[in-house]
Design a protein around this ligand. Structure first.
Ligand code: ADP
Ligand code: MG
Length: 452
């Protein structure tokens, strides 16, 4: 039809001229990445439709430069013009990845996920406690599907798993690779909805058409048999097609008894890495980076004070530092070691654990110190057992405020002097015994998670 052809020609012309303007307004790299392979498709009722090669380009244009694009189109068309983007892959090949890409129709966006801009590889402080996971994540992002597939990263809470997954997501966007980031809770919910609405076929297509699947916190699938089965098939299909899968968890696969052996054996085809709690120097380095990012001035001595008082997760460390910064700003005072110490002291008394039962405390100590019930209440003098008992004494006294006599009784009939000595020793060692601090922090973290 003549009219239709005129429309197409007009759209092509308007967009080509708009591109000319945009080229001058945008950095070259951005223009080349996001606009070069686009074309005007039609112009109708004040809307110019433009084809983009994939969902990422569309998303980027919509989110980042829409006003600029609309302005250019409106100026050229000489009328207010909205721009809408549709995906239409041109002949231009995508980035090299292991498996051939599928046609554009079933290419999902990044599953609606927008990676947190703070969570990049550049902002991740690398040290021996996390370098294996960091390097593996980088290697994966440099060659999706080729090495370490699947990559399985595990650690306690707040040590950087989600950060690394987001860093990989940034790389996917940069390289225009189709990825999907999903938490196991999100995956479970979608799966249940799909079953209820009889759209499991769409669900399968959606996940099977991604090039990179980033699955965060797989431990929450614990006990959800059908979802695990669904994930297993998705995983297999992706893996067989050389698509990259990255999984995080709070435990290693071997410590997840509910996982099918099929999973365990498949995970071992790839690489399993962990992240340990960062030592003092790393914690200080993380705070330095954070202070710089926030644009606040803080000397190393103050940062060391904070790092010294936070031996749990990086999240805890950041939380404490934020409090120090906020207090300094409120009081219009500089950050000094004295101020840091004061704020931390105020924070420390804050968690009231007195509603927990002695049994909960002892169980947590047993788990973290890896000591069983019998040795906890027994009298064997092995160093580890003694230390675990003393840690329990300390927590029962300082946190649960139990009388010394009762503590002695709970721990298998220890006398008054033994309990008092145990508490003193822990108090003393907490000043400079790093590993002990870490363990006590882990126990405290576990106990706070029991709080209502
Ligand atoms: P997880 O997913 O393991 O529970 P997160 O990735 O959410 O932990 O990390 C918690 C916080 O700590 C985030 O703000 C993250 O940016 C920060 N963080 C963790 N590890 C590092 C690191 N090595 N360098 C910089 N920031 C870190
Ligand atoms: Mg996380």
């Amino acid at each position: 039809m003549g009219l239709r052809r005129r429309e197409v020609t007009a759209a092509k012309k308007v967009w080509a001229a708009a591109l000319g303007q945009l080229q001058m307004q945008l950095p070259r790299s951005a223009f080349d990445t996001w606009l070069k392979n686009t074309a005007g498709i039609s112009i109708e009722d004040g809307t110019l439709t433009v084809s983009v090669p994939d969902a990422f380009a569309g998303e980027w244009l919509e989110k980042r430069v829409y006003q600029m694009v609309r302005g250019a189109a409106s100026r050229i068309a000489n009328a207010p013009t909205e721009v809408s983007f549709i995906i239409e892959r041109t002949a231009e090949p995508g980035p090299p990845i292991a498996a051939p890409r599928r046609p554009a129709q079933d290419a999902p966006a990044s599953n609606g996920h927008v990676p947190n801009h703070r969570y990049s590889f550049e902002s991740f402080v690398v040290s021996p406690c996390n370098s294996l996971s960091y390097n593996a994540a980088q290697a994966v992002a440099a060659s999706f599907g080729r090495y370490y597939n699947p990559l399985f990263i595990y650690s306690g809470v707040g040590l950087g798993k989600t950060h690394l997954l987001n860093a990989i997501a940034h790389k996917c966007i940069e390289r225009r690779i189709n990825y999907s980031y999903v938490t196991s809770e999100g995956f479970t919910n979608e799966f249940i909805t799909a079953i209820r609405q009889r759209t499991t076929e769409d669900f399968r297509c959606k996940y099977r058409s991604v090039d990179v699947l980033l699955m965060d916190d797989i431990q929450f699938m614990n006990g959800k048999e059908q979802t695990l089965e669904g994930f297993f098939h998705t995983f297999n299909d992706l893996h067989n097609a050389n698509r990259q899968v990255v999984i995080t968890s709070d435990k290693s696969p071997s410590a997840m008894p509910y996982l099918d052996d099929r999973f365990r054996s498949r995970f071992s085809w790839g690489l399993i890495t962990d992240i340990q709690r960062p030592p003092l120097e790393t914690r200080v380095a993380i705070l330095q980076a954070k202070a710089q990012e926030m644009g606040v001035r803080a000397d190393n001595e103050s940062l060391t004070c904070v790092a010294d008082q936070s031996y749990g997760s990086v999240r805890d460390l950041e939380g404490k530092f934020n409090r120090v910064v906020a207090t300094a700003q409120m009081e219009k005072a500089p950050i000094t070691p004295a101020l840091a110490r004061r704020v931390l002291q105020e924070m420390d008394g804050a968690e009231d654990l007195s509603i927990l039962s002695p049994d909960q405390v002892i169980k947590a100590v047993q788990r973290i110190f890896k000591v069983d019930q019998a040795d906890m209440t027994g009298s064997r003098r092995k160093r580890e057992f003694v230390l675990a008992r003393q840690a329990a004494m300390y927590l029962l006294r300082k946190r649960l405020k139990l009388p010394v006599a009762r503590i002695g009784a709970i721990l298998g009939g220890k006398n008054h002097a033994t309990v008092v000595h145990g508490i003193k020793r822990i108090t003393f060692e907490l000043h400079d015994n790093g590993p002990l601090k870490d363990k006590m922090a882990a126990v405290k973290e576990e106990l706070t998670s029991h709080l209502p």
